[in-house]
Design a protein around this ligand. Structure first.
Ligand code: 3SL
Length: 243
């Protein structure tokens, strides 16, 4: 069976080697890496370099001019000791990031981005830039190129918030009826989103990762990340960085 023109990968764990090859891909890690990247670029960061490994992130940041770089990231949801910022989008204010290159390493989000390097075109999607991310996917399909949403999930498992966001994107791109003719993962995401649309914030607040972030004192990040179409920015991957 040939690969569907539009697909959803609910976690990077299901990717085989060439699953994303030649596709336009939107990576989604709503809580919080993709929301943070959208926010940092919207607030004037020159670029965001996603790095999976924290040692590599530290070395890369050290090789950049300290005046124009910012090292950010988390492990276990907490800022990595010695880093200038964590992974809260609210930390990436214009004052903190304007004109700077952010080196960002996170548990699942930047790891998923690293897994997506074989994509023909790569962008970052979140609830906050859903319209721009959906337009990116639609442009690829209109040009006859396959497209996909890759959910970062959580440590190899499916996450509710990323699946909801994937569902929003695919439903906007092809509509509910056409989604029903695509892969099971497109249908799962689309049905989940449509079934939750009227109480989306409540559903996101029920997610396991949300609960963890609330315990860590980051409830504001969840509310910030749940704002659909708050930004029209679209981080795209060029020369090893999102711009
Ligand atoms: O796993 C990730 O990439 C993070 O976005 C998780 S956290 O929200 O910062 O805990």
């Amino acid at each position: 069976m040939s690969a569907p023109a539009l697909d959803v990968f609910l976690t990077p764990a299901v990717l085989d080697e060439d699953a994303l090859y030649g596709r336009a891909v939107v990576v989604v890690d709503v809580l919080r890496a993709s929301t943070t990247i959208v926010t940092a670029l919207e607030n004037g960061a020159r670029a965001v370099i996603p790095v999976a490994d924290k040692g590599e992130a530290g070395r890369l940041a050290a090789s950049l001019d300290a005046d124009v770089s910012l090292l950010g990231g988390e492990r276990g949801g907490e800022r990595i000791p010695g880093y200038q910022a964590g992974n809260s989008p609210l930390e990436y204010t214009p004052e903190a990031v304007a004109g700077r290159t952010v080196v960002l390493t996170t548990t699942n989000g930047t790891a998923a981005m690293a897994r997506a390097r074989s994509a023909a075109d790569l962008a970052v999607g979140a609830f906050t830039n859903a319209d721009a991310a959906a337009a990116f996917l639609r442009r690829a399909l209109d040009a006859g190129r396959p497209a996909a949403v890759l959910c970062a999930g959580s440590e190899g498992r499916v996450s509710l918030e990323d699946t909801l966001c994937a569902g929003l994107l695919v439903t906007r791109v092809v509509g509910a009826e056409a989604a029903a003719g695509l892969s099971d993962s497109v249908q799962i995401a689309s049905a989940l989103y449509r079934g939750s649309e009227s109480r989306l914030a409540r559903t996101i607040f029920g997610a396991r990762h949300t609960q963890r972030l609330i315990e860590l004192g980051h409830a504001d990040d969840v509310a910030f990340a749940a704002r659909i179409d708050a930004s029209d920015g679209l981080p795209v991957f060029r020369d090893s960085r999102f711009v």
